[in-house]
Write a protein of this length. Structure first.
Length: 150
């Protein structure tokens, strides 16, 4: 199993996503990556955001958890709220295979292919303002997500 913490970064009603192309199809990932040995999930996320997007971020609460099974790959996705960051996100190509970064309007999130495919749940959580954990708003476990793969 691969553990992948990722970031929910929202600015002006837009979600930051990393753009990839697989088999001629565009797919968007939330920024993030795999932990190094001994690294916490939140430290992983802070490091990945610095390496791939040149921003210094604070990692907030865990928002949701989902699993994907694609071919022989089992991935556990842990999506964290990133309440603030310093710097302007720019792609650091030597540290990622990503083709570019896009700010996706929340109103158009459903039109995009997101990995993992949590755009509906994520959009609802962001629009409701419930991105931070508290007693009545625990992280959401979404279970196994049927992931379209190209």
């Amino acid at each position: 199993m691969i553990i992948r913490p990722s970031a929910c970064i929202v600015r002006d009603e837009e979600l930051l996503a990393m753009r990839y192309s697989y088999g001629g199809h565009t797919r968007y990932n939330l920024p993030g990556g795999k932990p190094d040995p001994g690294e916490t999930l939140q430290d992983t996320l802070v490091r990945e955001l610095q390496e791939e997007l040149a921003i210094t971020a604070s990692c907030g609460d865990l928002m949701m958890v989902a699993e994907t099974h694609v071919a022989e790959r089992h991935v556990l996705h842990l999506i964290f709220h990133v309440p603030s960051y310093e710097g302007e996100p720019v792609l650091v190509p030597e540290n990622t295979s990503c083709l570019g970064i896009d700010w996706i309007p929340l109103a158009r999130l459903q039109e995009k292919t997101l990995y993992p495919e949590v755009q509906s749940q994520l959009g609802k959580k962001i629009r409701s303002g419930s991105v931070q954990a508290h007693r009545d708003n625990f992280p959401v476990y979404l279970g196994n997500i049927f992931q379209t793969w190209f």
